[in-house]
Every structure is written in C-alpha cells, then in structure tokens.
Design a protein around this ligand. Structure first.
Ligand code: SAM
Length: 362
C-alpha cells in the first residue's frame, strides 16, 4: 500500500481548478454534513453555498490549510472590497497590511506559515500556488502568436466559431507536440515535482486522454464562459467570469455560513479511521487517488463504507490516475454511472472524470 504527498511546505493550488456545480449536483448538500478535501479551499467554500449543515475540509498539506484559513477569515471579517484586495482580484499596494489584519484571527500554525511566507501573499492569494504560477509562466512561454490565439478563443461568440477556430488554427503541430510533452513522466516528476505521476499506469495514454478532453472542450463547452478556461488559457480569471466563491454574492452568502466550516490538517485515511461510524452524509474527494495506489484507495473506500450513513453519496474526481473506479462496488456502494457520464460531459473543468457512489448498506 503506497501513498505520497506533495511538498508540504508550499501552496500547490490557490485558485479553483474545478467546477463545484458537479459536486453540488451529486451530493445535494442541503442540510447535510459533508467531508471534503481542501486544496485551494474553493470547493469547501462553494459547498457552503448549497446550504449544508456542516463542511469538514481536510488536507494533508498544512500549507493548503493555511491558505483556506486566511480565506475563511477574510469571508468572516472583511467586506467584499477588502476580500478582493487581499485575494488579488483587485489591486492593493498595502496588501500586507490586510494580511496582518487577517493574521490576528487565525490559528498559531497558520500564523507561523504566513509569517514565514508573506512574500507569497504579496501578489494576492489567488495566484500564489505553484500550479497557478506554472499556468501563468506557460502562457509566457507559449509566445505572442499562441497568446493572441488563446485570447481569440476566450472571446468567441458561439460554439460553432470556437470549434472551427480550434480545428483550423489551434490544433496544429505545436499543440500536438505539447500534448506529447504532457506525457513525459520525467517532466511531471522532476520539473513539476508531482509525485502522483508514479501512480498513473504505464499503459495509460496521457497524450490521447488530454487530446480527447481538449477536443471535448472545444466542441461542447463555451470556453469564454468557464472560469477554469480563463485560468488555463489566460493565466488568470476574467473579472466578470469568476467562480461563485469569488463573486460578491458568493462572498455575502459564504460569510453568513462560514462558521459551518471546519478546516483540519490530516490525511484522508487517518481522518476516516478516527471518525465515528455512520457520521457523514456525503464526501467530495477531489483527486486524492492521484497520490496513492489502488490498495490505499481500497482502504479509504472500506472506511468510507463505515463512516457514511445509508443513502450518502461520494463524488470523486479523477485526473490521470483512473485506477480504483470499481472499488466502491466491493464495499456495497452502487455507482451512478448515468450521473458520472453527465458530469464528465458538463463539468466546466473538462479534464476530470467522476466516480459517483451511493452507500446503500447499513
Ligand atoms: C490535486 S489537489 C486537487 C486540486 C483541485 N483540483 C483544486 O483545484 O482544488 C488534491 C489536494 O488534496 C490533497 N490530498 C491528496 N491526497 C490526500 C490525502 N490522502 N489526504 C488528505 N489530503 C490529500 C493534496 O494535498 C491537494 O491539496
């Protein structure tokens, strides 16, 4: 049984690389106690928008908890303008004063993290993650012609124009070369320092999968309307096309419900092992399987079977590592394959596939 973790001293994910409407559709969180993985915090905050009774958000990386805790404080204590200035949605030359103000309300671990890493917050919290900085650099490396084409993609008026642009101008030899580069495991291991790559089976066609998912995007989803697409093609969100947790309306609602959120630094299996039987109404497990083998996933599903109430749903996102998709059946869950397929086609972060499993025994 093996599992690994990202470098725990740094923030890897600082923005929303997902579309929480999928989790909300699968889990129907209203009035429920939901377990989630923190990462940037975006999914935990957006689950609050769906009126759960409680959200427990865990991450094994203390840096991710520190980021989410600052956001939680900003929802609670800052108006929308100050929230935007701290996150970097709006300019502020005195951002460090806002950070100091927020640090008055955080746990000692989080305070220590930000005192040691305050430079990371200087450019705004939203884009301080390693992944987000990679996306920004990638846009620079792509060169001025590719950037101009990306800007055209982000401004097409309809799907037909977008699909034509993709087919005739985007999908050329340079794009295909990039898709081949994506499959270079050494790049993930040594440049991106992503330990999860070891769990992607050798025979999984990373290039083919990436190509198919981007073609699905180009043909079926309108790129200019997707916050995640702005992050990928522009390196930053468009100010009018934000994920719900960053909008003024989202800020107001999350501020009212922020007390329902608990953040904790722990790994998933340890959390579940110490959780009482039948104590959870749902779980949103984005992408934990990228960091472990199938035996570790089996141990997680065994504990999920114990800790979830009858009728509770697990919604799992999968990135490149698709192993373990059949495990829920071993522990008495039923898969909702129809919904998995809908989410695979409709999710605004088009790269992921889904496992949606309902606990039916107890
Ligand atoms: C790949 S990220 C998902 C990023 C996500 N797409 C986003 O934008 O928020 C997965 C997160 O889960 C955390 N994680 C992975 N495996 C975990 C585990 N077994 N227990 C707790 N946290 C875990 C990682 O530290 C990381 O923050």
């Amino acid at each position: 049984m093996t599992a690994s973790a990202l470098d725990q001293s740094t923030i890897w994910y600082s923005a929303s690389n997902e579309d929480a409407q999928s989790e909300i559709g699968a889990l129907k969180p209203e009035g429920k106690k939901i377990l989630t993985l923190t990462a940037s915090g975006s999914r935990a905050f957006e689950l609050l928008l769906a009126d759960p009774s409680e959200v427990i958000s865990i991450d094994q990386n203390p840096a991710q908890t520190a980021l989410a805790e600052i956001y939680a404080v900003a929802y609670k204590h800052f108006d929308y303008d100050a929230f935007c200035r701290l996150t970097g949605l709006r300019q502020d030359e005195h951002r460090s004063a806002l950070l100091d103000e927020a640090l008055r309300h955080v746990s000692s671990d989080t305070e220590r993290f930000w005192r040691a890493n305050r430079n990371q917050a200087a450019g705004g919290l939203l884009y301080c993650g390693r992944w987000e900085s990679f996306l920004r650099r990638f846009r620079q490396w792509a060169g001025s012609r590719r950037r101009a084409l990306a800007d055209e993609l982000l401004h097409t008026h309809d799907l037909t124009t977008q699909a034509l642009l993709w087919e005739t101008r985007w999908d050329n030899w340079q794009w295909r070369l990039l898709l081949r580069v994506i499959a270079l495991r050494g790049l993930w291991r040594h440049i991106l320092r992503e330990p999860g790559i070891s769990y992607v089976p050798d025979d999984f066609d990373m290039t083919g999968y990436a190509r198919a998912r981007f073609e699905h995007l180009a043909k079926n989803l309108h790129i200019p309307e997707l916050p995640f697409a702005w992050l990928v093609f522009n390196g930053a969100y468009h100010p009018d096309i934000l994920p719900p947790y960053l909008t003024q309306k989202g800020h107001a609602l999350i501020a009212q419900r922020i007390e329902r959120l608990t953040l904790q630094t722990t790994d998933l299996r340890s959390f579940l092992t110490s959780a009482p039987t039948a104590s959870l109404d749902g779980a949103s497990l984005s992408d934990y399987a990228s960091y472990c083998d199938e035996n570790e996933q089996r141990a997680v599903w065994r504990e999920l079977a114990r800790t979830l109430r009858c009728g509770a749903v697990v919604c799992e996102r999968k990135f490149f590592n698709k192993t373990g998709a059949g495990l829920p059946g071993e522990f008495g869950f039923t898969l909702d394959e129809a919904l998995e397929d809908v989410l695979f086609r409709q999710d605004g972060a088009w790269f992921y596939s889904f496992v949606v499993a309902r606990q039916v025994q107890k």
